[in-house]
Design a protein around this ligand. Structure first.
Ligand code: G3P
Ligand code: CA
Length: 227
């Protein structure tokens, strides 16, 4: 059977508060071989949170990048969970699954490169991805690199190659069999986000993409195993 990556999006955020340790634990329980998380810089720390603004996912207010670490630590990110740092997530995961770190803000590439270098984790694969291609280019080249696109461009494949990325990450509405073929001919891996519905998961398997980001990893694993 070909490899089809089921990547737990923000952990297993269909079941638990996104980007919390509880969500990453749930993804591990569901047997995810990969999890995805989002990082911002705040107060010189790598913080695991999706939005730049605190209001959607926590009981706080303000911009993450302008907020003191002590305030961030005091917030509830859902069901009493704290906003984790990237180090805390790496400590939780240890060698148990591979990790996609999405760079969300300025300064994250240099900080993530330094943190991974310090931890010298040999037992996980890391895929580092971003919509911010300028930030992505600053990432240590020893890690797998994913260029994310939410908009159609003249050539997704050419743009991905120009960033020295090995992975093309695309929004579900941009994917087609011709893009999959073009990417595979250029030796790129193709990952699609965010795919939750069973029919859509089957469509992605049929299209021959290399994996999906999903809030419900168990659904995708079941369909993949029966494909
Ligand atoms: O990388 C796939 C996906 O995580 C990108 O979208 O908004 O969920 O970070 P978003
Ligand atoms: Ca993300």
């Amino acid at each position: 059977m070909r490899d089809f990556l089921v990547i737990g999006h923000r952990g297993a955020c269909g079941y638990e508060p996104e980007n919390t340790l509880r969500s990453f634990k749930k993804a591990l329980e569901l047997g995810c071989a990969w999890i995805e998380l989002d990082v911002h810089m705040a107060d010189n720390q790598l913080i695991v949170i999706h939005d730049e603004d605190l209001s959607r996912t926590t009981n706080g207010i303000g911009r993450v990048s302008e907020t003191a670490f002590s305030y961030l630590q005091s917030l509830d990110a859902g069901l009493g969970e704290r906003i984790p740092t990237l180090s805390e997530v790496l400590d939780l995961i240890e060698h148990r699954c591979n990790i996609n770190i999405e760079l969300k803000g300025q300064g994250t590439a240099i900080a993530v490169s330094a943190l991974l270098q310090k931890r010298l984790s040999k037992h996980n694969q890391f895929l580092i991805s971003s919509f911010d291609h300028t930030e992505l280019l600053q990432m240590d080249t020893r890690y797998q690199r994913g260029a994310i696109f939410s908009q159609r461009t003249d050539s997704l494949v050419t743009n991905t190659l120009s960033l020295s990325a090995d992975t093309l990450v695309v929004k579900h509405n941009l994917i087609s069999s011709s893009i999959v073929d073009e990417a595979h001919n250029a030796s790129l891996r193709v990952l699609v986000y965010t795919i939750n519905d069973s029919k859509d998961i089957k469509d992605m398997l049929d299209l021959g993409v290399d994996g999906i980001f999903t809030d419900f990893p168990d659904r995708a694993t079941l369909l993949k195993d029966n494909a």
